[in-house]
Design a protein around this ligand. Structure first.
Ligand code: PEP
Ligand code: MG
Length: 544
C-alpha cells in the first residue's frame, strides 16, 4: 500500500499554519467494520503484524504496571495472560496463513483469525478455556487498533503522531493528549468548527477537507503536514523531507524573533493601545497563555470541562478548575464564559436530543435558563472562585434584555445561598457575548445592563450571513470580512462606549492580522485570540 503513496500530495483547507513531519495515526470511528482489501506483498503485511504485536506487548506492559499499582497484582495478571497469548504460535501462524493464502490486508486477517479462535474456545468443555474466548477477541481488537488506529488511540503509549481521520468532534479532541499530536488532517470538517479552534489554540498544524481515502493510508506511514501550503504529503521523498526541514527551520526562526516581543506593550506608533488576551478551553491551556505573554484570558470556554465525560462536573470540580486558572493568572483578568453546550459541542448525559437546526436550537444560555440547576451549580463555582482572583463572567448567545435580567435574578439567588452557607464568594464583573444579530441591534439597551461586551464573531458571522459554520460546502461563502459584520462591530463598540463599557472580540476574527488596524481604529478595547497568535497580533499593533 505504502508504495502507491510515495510522495503523494493532497491539498486541504488550512486551520493552523504550522509545518510538521512525523508518523501517521489513522483514526476511524468505532462503528466502522474491518475492510477486506487485496494486497500484493504478503511479507509486507506480515511485517505490519509484527509491528502491531510489538506495540501491543509494550502497551500491555504499561497497562500491567498501572494496574498493579491501582488494583493489585492478581487483577493485573490478565494483561500478562494477553501478553502470553500474543506469543502463541498457533494464533500468529493462523494470521500469516490467511494473509499469504488469501492475499488480504493484515487487519482483515487478524479479525478473521480472532473470530475463529474465539469460536473455538467458546465451544470447549473446560470452563477456563471457554473464558479465553473474550481474551482472544480482546487481543485481536488491540492488534487491529494498532494496525489501523481503529476505535481510538491509547495515548499512554502513543508516539507523537499526525492524526488522520474522517472528522473529529470537539469531545474527541479535548480528550487527546496534546503533547502526542503533531498535526490533524481530516477529510471533512470546517475551519470554524470547535475542533479547528482547538487545533489553533494548541498551535497544531491542521488541515481539513483533505480528499484522502482512509482505506489507503495507514498508521505508521510518514507524512509532512504543511499548514501554510495547505498540503499533506504521505511517504515523502528525500527531497520533500529536506524541503520540509528547511521550512521547519525558517518557521522556528520566525517564532524565535516573535519571542523578542514578550514583555513589550501593545501600543501603536501614535500611542494608542489595546489589550491582547488569550482564549482557552481547559486549565492546562493556561501554560500557553503565560508562555505567549497574553495580558489575560478573554474567553475560557467552560463547556470543554463538560465534554468527554459521562456526567456533569460537580460544583467542587468546577470551583477547583476556575480557582486554579485565576490563581495562576494572578492579577490578570480571566473571563470565564458560562456553559455553551449544544450544536457541535455535545455530551450525551445532557440528553439534548436530536434537533433539525442545532446551531439555532437548544444551546448555551437557553439550556441554563431552562435547567437552572445546571446553571446554578456553575454559578456557585464561579462566584466562589471569584474570591480568589480577577475573574469575570460572560454569558453566551444572548438575544434579549429579559434574558440578562433573568440571569441576574439567578445570580442573586446563588449569592443568597452562598451567604447563608457562609461560603466565601465575590460578585464579579458580568459581561455579555454579542454573537447574535439581535444582540447587536439592541446593544444600546444591553450596554446599560452589562459590565462589558465580547463579540463572538464566529457565531455572529454564522447568524448574520445565514451560513452554518460547520458546513464544509459553505466555506467559500463564509466571509467574516463581510461589510455587514464590520458595521455591526462598529455599532457594538459605539453603543458600549456610550455607556462607558469596554468591548472586546473573542471570535476567531480577532486574530486576523489583516484586520488588526481596522479594529484598533474602530476603538476595540481588547482582542482575545488563540495563545500562539498573541505575539503576532502584538507585532501588528506595534507596526501601526
Ligand atoms: C464565537 O461564536 O465567536 C465564540 C467565540 O464562541 P464559540 O466559537 O465558542 O461559539
Ligand atoms: Mg459562539
Amino acid at each position: 500500500m505504502a508504495e502507491n503513496f510515495s510522495g503523494k500530495k493532497f491539498s486541504g483547507k488550512t486551520v493552523y499554519n504550522g509545518i510538521t513531519m512525523g508518523k501517521v495515526m489513522v483514526l476511524r470511528g468505532n462503528q466502522e467494520q474491518v475492510r477486506r482489501t487485496k494486497i500484493t506483498d504478503a511479507e509486507q503485511e506480515i511485517e505490519r503484524v509484527h509491528g502491531a504485536v510489538e506495540n501491543a506487548q509494550q502497551q500491555l506492559g504499561v497497562l500491567y504496571d498501572k494496574a498493579v499499582k491501582e488494583v493489585g497484582e492478581s487483577s493485573a495478571a490478565i494483561f500478562e495472560v494477553h501478553q502470553m497469548m500474543l506469543e502463541d504460535d498457533d494464533y500468529l501462524d493462523a494470521i500469516y496463513h490467511v494473509i499469504r493464502t488469501e492475499m488480504v490486508n493484515a487487519e482483515y486477517a487478524v479479525a478473521i483469525t480472532g473470530d475463529n479462535f474465539a469460536d473455538m474456545f467458546a465451544g470447549m468443555d473446560d470452563e477456563y478455556m471457554r473464558a479465553r474466548a473474550a481474551d482472544v477477541k480482546d487481543i485481536s481488537t488491540r492488534l487491529i487498533r494498532n494496525l489501523s488506529g481503529e476505535g481510538g488511540v491509547d495515548f499512554s503509549t502513543m508516539e507523537p503522531s499526525i492524526i488522520v481521520a474522517d472528522d473529529l468532534s470537539p469531545s474527541e479532541t479535548v480528550q487527546m493528549d496534546k503533547k502526542k499530536i503533531l498535526a490533524f488532517v481530516t477529510v471533512h470538517g470546517s475551519t470554524n468548527s470547535h475542533t479547528a479552534i482547538l487545533a489553533r489554540m494548541m498551535s497544531i498544524p491542521a488541515l481539513i477537507g483533505v480528499p484522502v481515502d482512509l482505506n489507503e493510508v495507514h498508521t505508521g506511514m510518514t507524512a509532512i503536514v504543511d499548514g501554510a501550503a495547505g498540503e499533506v504529503i504521505f511517504e515523502p521523498t528525500e527531497f520533500q523531507c529536506n524541503e520540509a526541514e528547511e521550512k521547519i527551520r525558517n518557521e522556528q526562526e520566525k517564532l524565535r524573533l516573535l519571542q523578542e516581543l514578550k514583555g513589550k506593550k501593545n501600543e501603536t506608533g501614535d500611542g494608542r493601545s489595546i489589550d491582547i488576551y488569550a482564549n482557552i478551553g481547559s486549565v492546562s491551556d493556561v501554560g500557553y497563555v503565560l508562555e505567549n505573554d497574553a495580558g489575560g484570558i478573554g474567553l475560557f470556554r467552560s463547556e470543554f470541562l463538560y465534554l468527554g465525560r459521562d456526567d456533569f462536573p460537580t460544583e467542587e470540580e468546577q470551583f477547583q478548575a476556575y480557582k486554579q486558572v485565576v490563581q495562576t493568572m494572578g492579577k490578570k483578568k480571566v473571563v470565564i464564559r458560562t456553559l455553551d453546550i449544544g450544536a457541535d459541542k455535545q455530551a450525551d448525559y445532557f440528553e439534548l436530543g436530536k434537533e433539525d437546526n442545532p446551531a439555532m436550537g437548544y444551546r448555551a444560555i437557553r439550556i441554563c435558563l431552562k435547567q437552572p440547576d445546571i446553571f446554578k451549580t456553575q454559578l456557585r463555582a464561579l462566584l466562589r472562585a471569584a474570591a480568589y482572583g480577577n475573574l469575570s463572567i460572560m454569558y453566551p448567545m444572548i438575544i434579549s434584555a429579559e434574558e440578562v435580567k433573568k440571569i441576574y435574578a439567578i445570580v442573586e439567588e446563588v449569592e443568597q445561598e452562598l451567604k447563608q452557607d457562609a461560603i466565601p464568594y465575590r460578585i464579579p464583573e458580568q459581561g455579555i457575548m454579542i454573537e447574535t444579530p439581535a444582540a447587536v441591534m439592541i446593544s444600546d439597551e444591553l450596554a446599560e445592563l452589562a459590565d462589558f461586551f465580547s463579540i463572538g464573531t464566529n457565531d455572529l458571522t454564522q447568524y448574520t450571513l445565514a451560513i452554518d459554520r460547520q458546513n464544509q460546502r459553505l466555506e467559500d461563502f463564509y466571509n467574516p470580512h463581510h461589510k455587514a459584520i464590520l458595521r455591526m462591530i462598529q455599532m457594538v463598540v459605539d453603543n458600549a462606549h456610550k455607556c462607558g463599557k469596554w468591548v472586546g472580540i473573542c471570535g476567531e476574527l480577532g486574530a486576523d492580522t489583516t484586520l488588526t488596524e481596522t479594529f484598533v481604529n474602530m476603538g476595540i478595547d481588547e482582542l482575545s485570540v488563540a495563545p500562539p497568535m498573541v505575539l503576532k497580533v502584538r507585532e501588528k499593533v506595534r507596526a501601526m
